[in-house]
Design a protein around this ligand. Structure first.
Ligand code: FES
Length: 87
């Protein structure tokens, strides 16, 4: 079964993902092979998705203006705007 491609925006960059992909997948795709930073800890260190199943909350990002959404549990929607605290 072939999935339809949709476009989301990660930190202002258009990223094409398969319909049904998670926001975490879109962020990783936008990072293009370098470690992605999803958010910053209080001390400023970069944090990224860890468990991939909604337990650790390390993958919190802002989605369509709503802060602290879990990237690993949220499915992409066409035109979605995703903001990380990465570089
Ligand atoms: S990666 Fe752990 S809650 Fe999303």
């Amino acid at each position: 079964m072939k999935h339809r491609a949709i476009v989301v925006h990660v930190d202002g960059r258009a990223v094409e993902v398969a319909e049904g992909a998670t926001v975490a997948a879109a962020i990783e795709r936008a990072a293009a092979g370098v470690p992605a930073i999803y958010r910053r800890a209080v001390g400023g260190r970069g944090r990224a998705a860890l468990c991939g199943m909604g337990v650790c909350h390390e993958c919190r990002v802002t989605i369509d203006g709503h802060a602290h959404r879990l990237a690993c549990l949220t499915r992409c929607a066409p035109g979605m705007v995703i903001a990380t605290e990465g570089p």
